[in-house]
Design a protein around this ligand. Structure first.
Ligand code: KG4
Ligand code: ZN
Length: 341
């Protein structure tokens, strides 16, 4: 890495339903702005067409705000980093087109970033708490559930993943079944805090190796709520906190059983979590306990770096900039983009 090279990087994230921009100077975060799209709440999930339109509306003001907060002008920017994928094609197109146009207009390098690698690299935004390589990262988001063996900044090996729904999806779908708005994960987390984790029991899937499955749990949960309501129309209202605590507990157990196995199989005791679901208080508490029992060195990101943000795109961009890993204007978004590609 060329350590003498000073850099101001503008980073753009638009893979799903947050429009985000961040500015970094020499790898230090100067600003981190996120516009969360509220339009999806009433639909119980992200509506792709609405997400693209919101990105189009938000991207210019979000970038302007990020530059203003960082006290940086457009002319100061040395490179622009953007999310190439994975994500929703229409959403990715907005960020990609914006980044390409700015790169062309300002005549500065363009840096493509893999969103799943960026979730892992969020651990390097605050360098005082960064893990040493190699480490294992459990990345749990709305679209992915992965256990990644991180060997260096961009050398990541996928050792386990969900064969169907992601952990965040399991939270959001359970919330939807309970009649809660999207995204339901944070609400389940909130109600679970004052609920009994052992009030209700759900069957955990049996999946070989380090892979996960959450679709069976979703079906089981749907039937559980349906049966409960047949016996008592007020079943959900009367038991909301216990139901949330119990389903959350099951999701956490499924995640941590495999993480423990992965740590043993790979003989690694430096463990990190990333992605939106890593903001979950129950998961954080259970993981801290497990880390204490197993004597792991545990790395948990700050809440604002768990869910989608541009600071993580910027830090990934910083390491690519240092190695002059630039892309040209022929780049197109990649809705499916493996973490180890
Ligand atoms: O990483 P992220 O912001 O976006 C994707 O790349 O998918 O993750 C969003 C997911 C959603 O499913 C949301 O419900 C979940 O993260 N999430 C949570 C919490 N905060 C966000 N799930 C459980 N507990 C939370 N506190
Ligand atoms: Zn994400």
């Amino acid at each position: 890495m060329n350590k003498d090279k000073s850099s101001i990087i503008l980073a753009i994230e638009s893979s799903c339903d947050e429009t985000a921009a961040a500015v970094l100077r020499d790898g230090d975060l100067l600003s981190n702005v996120i516009a969360t799209q509220e339009v999806h709440a009433e639909y119980g999930g992200v509506v792709p067409e609405l997400a693209s339109r919101e990105h189009q509306k938000n991207i210019v003001p979000v970038v302007d705000q990020a530059l203003k907060q960082a006290n940086v002008t457009r002319g100061d920017i040395d490179a622009i980093a953007f999310t190439k994928g994975p994500g929703l094609l229409g959403s990715l197109l907005v960020g990609t087109s914006f980044a390409k146009a700015l790169s062309l207009g300002l005549n500065i390098p363009l840096i493509e970033i893999n969103h799943m690698q960026a979730h892992v690299l969020a651990h390097f935004i605050d360098k005082s708490t960064s893990p040493k390589f190699p480490f294992l990262c459990l990345t749990v988001s709305g679209g992915h559930t992965q256990i990644v063996l991180v060997k260096s900044y961009f050398k990541m090996e996928l050792v386990g993943q969900s064969i169907d729904d992601a952990a965040g999806e399991a939270f959001d779908k359970a919330a939807k079944i309970l009649g809660l708005p999207y995204p339901g994960g944070p609400l389940i987390d909130k109600y679970a805090m004052t609920g009994d984790t052992k009030a209700f029991k759900f069957t955990k899937p049996k999946v070989p190796n380090l892979d996960f499955s959450f679709s069976g749990l979703k079906t089981g949960f749907m039937n559980f709520v349906k049966n409960g309501k047949e016996n008592n129309p007020r079943f959900v209202e009367e038991n909301l906190h216990d139901i949330c605590a119990s389903i959350q507990h099951t999701i956490i157990e499924i995640l941590l059983d495999k993480l423990l196995l992965a740590a043993k199989q790979n003989n690694i005791d430096v463990i990190a979590i990333a992605g939106g679901v890593s903001a979950n208080n129950g998961l954080r508490a259970a993981l801290e306990q497990l880390a204490e029992d197993e004597k792991w060195e545990l790395h948990v990101p700050k809440f604002e770096y768990c869910t989608d943000n541009a600071a993580m795109i910027g830090i990934a961009g910083y390491y690519k900039y240092a190695e002059e890993q630039f892309t040209d204007l022929s780049v197109i978004p990649q809705p499916r983009y493996a973490v180890d590609s």
